[in-house]
Design a protein around this ligand. Structure first.
Ligand code: PMP
Length: 484
């Protein structure tokens, strides 16, 4: 085993030898994680953290079956897929058995970025077109071609210019997006959000070169845990298909049963993509991904005469691991667990929304939940500061790891390993309730200070009234916290 360093030495070495552009969670006081088990991670002092961030450790950190499958295969043979191997073909058979019928051909890769990159190549080759429609705030990976379709990155101040052949459609966010349920209470929001996609398709067709592909996460994680309105993907896919384009579903984050009701998130919208990109949960932490497509699209790629080869993609170790992951999901009923716990979390978080004005929206499906914090409910003004504060307090005080995301970084995200239990959900809820309560207390204290210093008696009276009402609420919450 490698030498154990003190945490401060680890930080020093990292600062010296690892590019500072690399993201680090909790940068001012980073975590040194040395061990994981199930839904827990442990730091160098043995402190246990409840992991609500790691959707990659899908069946639980270091799941013994997955570890055993990988170790056994590593001790047997690991070579490339230019040789026959049963783990490869069995992995492809299982993966495609989980997909709708036409999606029956796989290409194995090593990451989500590689999967989306290859998905674009397949689509561009099949359609002989180049243009791509992507959604605002989307992230599809760190390679050049996928950075070009990732507004999450290129819209940042130092981001690269968007190429002309990339078209950005609005993110179908009905709470904070362009078309909200508040502004358009009786409208078909799915149709409204799909219209810009139809418009881009028509516009590009009129220019003589239509769209090669429309790519989207089936539930947009990087946009802030977005659940598109009903009918959105059907209308968008129809518009793309009717103008000769292909539809790519990025299931890198949301696939493999996370949404509970279905194995793939695209199924919740009743669509069948032409190409699906999968990765992260597939290897439970080991780098493995795949592109799944139709025989026609795969054949057109073959017809180019340029062979596809990927040194590590589909190696027997990766495939043995992916096979073990898919087996464990089924054997341990993890998709059903995601559904039950997701329903529970949604109902409990909706209760928090009733109690705390700072909770603007609660949305989710299975073990994919987003809680949007706002400064003001009426205007839905994002509360970025409070979201950051909550993320840090959850870690420091409660040892619960959550992240924040969304264009305004005000959405608390929950995407824990799928072995998350009812007790874990309660642990999260208790901690989160405490954070919301302290947040409210701070805000009220600030309001009371303003009220007492105000020369206007009426303002003071109103603030005092609010304070009295809220104090009653705290007392109730304190009782609730103590009773759990
Ligand atoms: N697509 C989505 C939706 C992602 O969230 C990510 C990673 N965050 C990727 C693609 C890229 O995957 P990877 O980091 O494995 O290259």
């Amino acid at each position: 085993a490698s030498q154990q360093l003190s945490k401060s030495d680890t930080i020093k070495l990292r600062n010296k030898h690892i590019g500072q552009a690399c993201q680090l969670f909790y940068r001012s006081d980073p975590l040194k994680i040395v061990r994981g088990k199930g839904q827990y991670m442990f730091d160098e002092e043995g402190t246990r953290y409840l992991d609500c961030i790691n959707n990659v450790a899908h069946v639980g950190h270091c799941h013994p079956e997955v570890v055993r499958a990988g170790a056994l295969q590593m001790a047997t043979i690991s070579t490339n897929n230019r040789f026959l191997h049963d783990e490869l073909v069995q992995c492809a058979r299982t993966l495609t058995s989980k997909m709708p019928a036409p999606l029956s051909v796989c290409f194995f890769v090593n990451s989500g970025s590689e999967a989306n990159d290859l998905a674009l190549r397949l689509a561009r080759n099949y359609t002989k077109r180049k243009d791509v429609i992507t959604l605002d705030h989307a992230y599809h990976g760190h390679l050049q071609a996928v950075m070009e379709i990732s507004p999450y990155k290129f819209n940042q101040p130092g981001g690269e210019q968007k190429p002309d052949y990339v078209h950005v459609a609005p993110c179908p966010d009905i709470y904070g997006g362009q078309f909200t349920d508040k502004l358009y209470p009786n409208a078909d929001l799915g149709a409204l959000y799909a219209q810009p996609i139809a418009d881009i398709c028509q516009r590009q067709l009129a220019k003589g070169h239509g769209i090669a592909a429309f790519i989207a996460e089936s539930l947009q994680s990087c946009g802030g845990q977005i659940l598109p309105p009903a009918g959105y993907f059907q209308a968008a896919y129809d518009a793309v298909h009717s103008t000769g384009g292909l539809c790519i579903a990025d299931e890198v984050q949301v696939g493999f049963g996370r949404v509970g009701s279905h194995y793939w998130a695209f199924e919740t919208q009743h669509v069948v993509p032409d190409i699906v990109a999968v990765a992260k949960p597939m290897g439970n932490g080991h780098p493995v991904g795949a592109v799944v497509t139709t025989p026609e699209i795969a054949q057109a790629f073959c017809d180019t005469g340029v062979a596809y080869f990927n040194t590590y993609g589909g190696n027997p170790v990766s495939c043995a691991i992916a096979n073990a992951v898919m087996r464990v999901i089924d054997e341990e009923g993890l998709q059903q667990n995601a559904q039950q716990l997701g329903d529970y979390l949604m109902s409990e978080c909706s209760q928090l929304k009733q109690e705390f004005d700072s909770v603007g929206d609660v949305r989710g499906m299975g073990l994919f939940v987003g809680i949007e914090l706002v400064v003001d409910r009426e205007s839905r003004t994002p509360d970025t500061k409070s979201a950051r504060w909550v993320v840090n307090r959850m870690k420091q005080m409660h040892k619960v790891l959550v992240s924040s995301d969304g264009p305004n970084d005000n959405v608390i995200k929950l995407k824990p390993p799928m072995c998350f239990s009812h007790e874990n959900a309660d642990e999260f809820l208790l901690a989160f309730r405490e954070c919301l309560t302290s947040l409210m207390q701070d805000q009220l204290q600030a309001a009371a200070t303003v009220a007492t210093s105000s020369s206007l008696a009426t303002n003071g009276a109103t603030a005092a009234e609010t304070l009295a009402n809220k104090t009653k609420m705290f007392e109730r919450q304190d009782r609730l916290i103590k009773s759990v």
